[in-house]
Design a protein around this ligand. Structure first.
Ligand code: BGC
Length: 451
């Protein structure tokens, strides 16, 4: 697999032998098999059925990880990647969200986990990566406080089933994105809108992080438990006071709201006045219940954002200035390539006393990939990874809290409302044939990991 053009300058050994290196995926984005072997419907199944995905695409067969997991895990092994982060589909395990367990779903994840273990790959499991069972959404989903009970049951079923094999758990994937895009902006499933929906969903998601942690620890006190946050460096558009203040509000929403809630520091209501109404959803005892002493947190960093004041954005009065508008180098998602962001976010989050350990649980890029004579020479992705890992190394030298890094993503997959147009994979998927082809970035990562 050696390729002289893809030889990294920095090697993984520069991070010490205990540093965790891995690759990430999620259930809904890869599995397919959306109505197979007793899986119940989830909010994304309905969202796709309603034609809400770009080009009317669906995730119904995705990269067919459901059937191809062994091939994919053997590729992880062949590339020499020691850790694999993936998620469990709630509705595959509990088709109605609560109550009856789907034994076929449990058996399926046992096969996936056993295959990892057989190949010597450590499984890192996310419990909730945005695919809520539809029947729970019918009862209000994340806006209904009963989610605290439903979620506890789901977590407990998973940890009882897989806890003897899985030692690393992540409770939620990016609470701001699934509550913001799903319950405020209506861009993601379930397509709800409005401040009330957002605040209720956000508070319940915050509480569920602690509930998840305590449920796992009660069953397996030795488990390594974290939860993940999307985050990015925020810069003001210029030094005008209104833009600096707008940047402060975005920073509070994206980089502070959820981590500070679980650290017991409260929500950043002085920066964002509209957040004060979250108190309407708080019951006595919630402040205590929010506190969660995680073993680690996962940061998912892709870009930085430049922010300016805007009267037209409700509540926040701030908007992100797209990278293409700023005419800076960007990925196909129109996300600026700004490696310093990974350094700055690690620095920012490691400054919280309550944060014990940090893993970058996602970092990667979507570019236009072409297969030429059987080869995918994705040099932009290689440079992206190389530069971000160099910034990660800079952070590593300054804080011993940073302990690992996972590339997003193992394979091309279903990019939520964007469908299949965006390709983040180290491995290319031909969606018609489901053929896997190794991109040069995968070879690069593989060489980087070799001693
Ligand atoms: C999510 C992934 C997503 C990736 C790229 C993260 O927000 O966890 O599911 O595919 O970013 O957009």
């Amino acid at each position: 697999m050696e390729n002289t053009e893809t030889q990294p300058k920095l090697r993984s050994s520069a991070f010490g032998k205990d540093f965790i290196w891995g690759v990430s995926t999620s259930a809904l984005q890869t599995e397919g098999a959306h109505n197979i072997d007793g899986k119940g419907p989830n909010i994304w199944d309905e969202f796709a059925d309603l034609g809400k995905i770009k080009n009317k695409e669906t995730h119904f067969d995705a990269s067919n990880f459901y059937e191809k997991f062994e091939e994919d895990i053997s590729l992880i092994k062949a590339l020499g990647i020691p850790n694999f982060r993936f998620s469990l589909s709630w509705a595959r395990i509990l088709p109605d969200g609560t109550g009856k367990i789907n034994e076929a779903g449990i058996a399926y994840y046992h096969k996936v986990i056993d295959t990892c273990i057989a190949y010597g790959i450590e499984p890192w499991v996310t419990l909730y990566h945005w695919d809520l069972p539809l029947l729970l959404e019918r009862k209000g989903g994340w806006t209904n406080r009963e989610i605290l009970i439903w979620f506890e049951e789901y977590v407990s079923v998973c940890v009882r089933a897989f806890g003897s094999k899985v030692k690393h758990w992540m409770v939620l994937n990016e609470p701001l994105v699934f509550t913001g895009a799903g319950y405020f902006a209506g861009l993601h499933a379930p397509g709800k809108r409005g401040l009330k929906n957002f605040l209720a969903a956000a508070h319940h998601a915050s509480l569920c992080m602690g509930i998840g942690l305590r449920t796992i620890k009660a069953i397996d006190p030795s488990a390594n438990v974290g939860t993940t946050f999307n985050c990015f460096q925020v810069s003001a558009y210029n030094q005008n006071k209104v833009n600096i203040n707008a940047a402060t509000r975005i920073d509070a929403l994206v980089n502070r709201m959820f981590i500070e809630a679980v650290l017991g520091l409260g929500y950043p209501t002085s920066e964002i006045k509209a957040l004060r109404k979250i108190e309407n959803y708080m019951l006595p005892g919630d402040t205590e219940m929010l506190k969660a002493d995680f073993d680690f947190i996962g940061l998912q960093v892709y870009t930085r954002e430049v922010v300016r004041h805007s009267w037209y954005t409700p509540y926040l009065h701030a908007r992100l200035v797209p990278a293409s508008r700023r005419k800076v180098y960007h990925t196909k998602m129109d996300w600026e390539v700004y490696p310093n962001s990974i350094y700055e976010t690690i620095k920012k989050f490691s400054a919280y006393e309550g944060v014990k350990k940090i893993f970058i649980t996602e970092n990667g890029a979507s570019f236009h990939d072409e297969i030429v004579a059987g080869e995918i020479n994705d040099t932009q992705r290689i440079h992206y990874l190389e530069k971000h890992i160099a910034e990660l190394h800079r952070a590593y030298k300054q804080t011993d809290k940073i302990a690992g890094y996972f590339v997003w993503s193992l394979t091309d997959n279903f990019e939520w409302a964007e469908g299949y147009e965006q390709r983040f994979g180290l491995i290319h998927i031909d969606y018609k044939t489901k053929k896997r082809s190794i991109k040069n970035s995968a070879k690069w990562y593989s060489s980087f990991l070799k001693e």
